[in-house]
Design a binder for this molecule. Structure first.
Ligand code: NAD
Length: 432
């Protein structure tokens, strides 16, 4: 099938490469020419495991192309996926300007029946709005499908190739059949394509992300109480996660959620609710707890060093909002490092993949190092913010010799507290 994917970011690039890998002819379109120039050479502007190989193979086989020419991409394709960003607007709602822009461009370029697929995360009712825009700009036949994406950054290729489920929101049998056809190769054992109306599909995405965000905030709230009453949040986590009704995912206490999805999707759902006369009390609480979680961690540092951090140096391990990505959108590291800088501290930081991204956020306000140990060399304390694998089993003796004093603030509860205590560390965690 001939497919256009418009928006070649974390979602569009992964979707385009995976759809090409299944034998489709895919053209990925973007309006960022610099990005496209890299992609045609097989240079991937983001870090995502397995993506580079997939792009290179499919470029070589000519199943995958990159272009800034949206008109031509639409003309040669039967299905057009919209995968542009839907960032948080000033009032918390999803900013749909890029989706609407692209819808208009697709309509103007249309030369026959097209299935137009909303893959971006968009509020309930957007499919109808996109449909109106298309109708205003073309007489050509079309159907709108809502096909929200559930991939996780850091595991995106794997998630796209082996999804738990694919949601297809469609009010047209013809478009549904075409979408089922596209996704059939991904489900060779057992079909997990779920068909529903467009509004329910749009809501499913927000409900899923808000539920997961709530799970994280729930555990953080429990962890904060554990700390007050002397319980161990790690033991409580293990204790509750063995109940199959609760499950063992998304229950790690820490710095709260970040990234480009949960924070903005939670806020967008709250906004949709208020526009419809509802109040999302649980989800609002999840959002508030998440914001508080970063402050609580900063307060732990203040509790030890005071508010005047002039002359103090902190060695930070991890900048990305989570492991296996170079993405720092709404990363806890931004809030925490900026707070340290505001209090006069000096920060040296190491991240296996996100250093270039960090330069966009911090410029020359912090020092970037090439190794984790270099970041803590001469530091007053080590601060762990992202649980990359390579930070899991460090040489604690070496850490002790590198630090001015053996203090670790761990925002991800990675180490054995007893062991560190015996070694003479002050080890400050979350909920323990
Ligand atoms: P992104 O910012 O990485 O990518 C968006 C791309 O769209 C950029 O390359 C940008 O240049 C391009 N673009 C913007 N306007 C354009 C236009 N008019 N024409 C052509 N290209 C244009 O965003 P993302 O993280 O890939 O997210 C895309 C959507 O998918 C969002 O709605 C997001 O909420 C949703 N989503 C993201 C994830 C994730 O893990 N990142 C997961 C599921 C869903």
């Amino acid at each position: 099938m001939k497919i256009a994917v418009i928006g070649t970011g974390y979602v569009g690039l992964v979707a385009g490469a995976c759809l090409a890998d299944m034998g489709n002819d895919v053209v990925c379109v973007d309006n960022n020419v610099e990005k496209l120039n890299q992609l045609v050479k097989g240079i991937i502007p983001i870090y995502e495991p397995g993506l580079e190989e997939l792009v290179k193979v499919n470029l070589r086989e000519k199943r995958l192309n990159f272009s800034c020419d949206i008109d031509n991409a639409v003309k040669v394709s039967q299905v057009c996926f919209i995968a542009v960003g839907t960032p948080q607007g000033e009032d918390g709602s999803a900013d749909l300007q890029y989706v609407f822009q692209v819808a208009k461009q697709i309509a103007k370029a249309s030369n026959g029946y097209k299935v137009i697929v909303d893959k971006s995360t968009v509020p309930v009712g957007t499919a109808e709005k996109v449909s109106l825009i298309i109708k205003e700009n073309t007489n050509q036949p079309f159907d709108i499908v809502s096909n929200p994406e559930f991939l996780k950054q850091g595991n995106a290729v794997e998630d796209f190739l082996h999804p738990d489920r694919v949601i297809i929101g469609s009010n047209s049998e013809k478009a549904t059949r075409i979408m089922q056809d596209i996704y059939a190769p991904f489900f060779r054992t057992g079909n997990r394509v779920i068909i529903m109306d467009t509004k329910s599909a749009e809501m499913t995405k927000y409900a899923a992300n808000s539920f997961l965000a709530t799970k994280i905030s729930f555990m953080n709230e429990i962890a904060n109480l554990c700390e007050k009453v002397g319980a161990d949040a790690e033991m409580v986590r293990i204790g509750i996660s063995t109940d199959s009704r609760i499950g063992n995912k998304f229950l790690f206490p820490g710095l709260g959620y970040g990234g480009s999805c949960f924070p903005k999707d939670v806020k967008a759902l709250i906004k949709t609710a208020s526009e419809n006369g509802c109040e999302m009390e649980i989800i609002k609480a999840a959002d508030d707890i998440n914001k508080k979680q970063r402050k609580l961690f900063i307060n732990k540092i203040i509790g030890k060093f005071g508010k005047d951090l002039k002359g103090k140096v902190f060695g930070v391990w991890g900048l990305a909002f989570k492991p296996k990505t170079n993405d720092m959108r709404d990363a806890p590291s931004i809030t925490i490092i900026n707070a340290l800088l505001d209090m006069g501290a000096k920060v040296k930081a190491y991240d296996p993949k996100a250093t270039d991204t960090a330069k966009f956020y911090f410029g020359d306000k912090i020092i970037y190092t090439n190794s984790s140990y270099e970041a803590i060399d001469g530091a007053d304390a080590m601060i762990l913010l992202t649980e990359w694998n390579e930070f899991r089993r460090p040489d604690m003796e070496k850490i002790k010799t590198f630090l001015k004093q053996p203090i670790i603030f761990d925002g991800r509860n990675q180490y054995n507290a007893q062991h560190l205590k015996e070694m003479g560390f002050q080890y400050i965690q979350i909920g323990r």
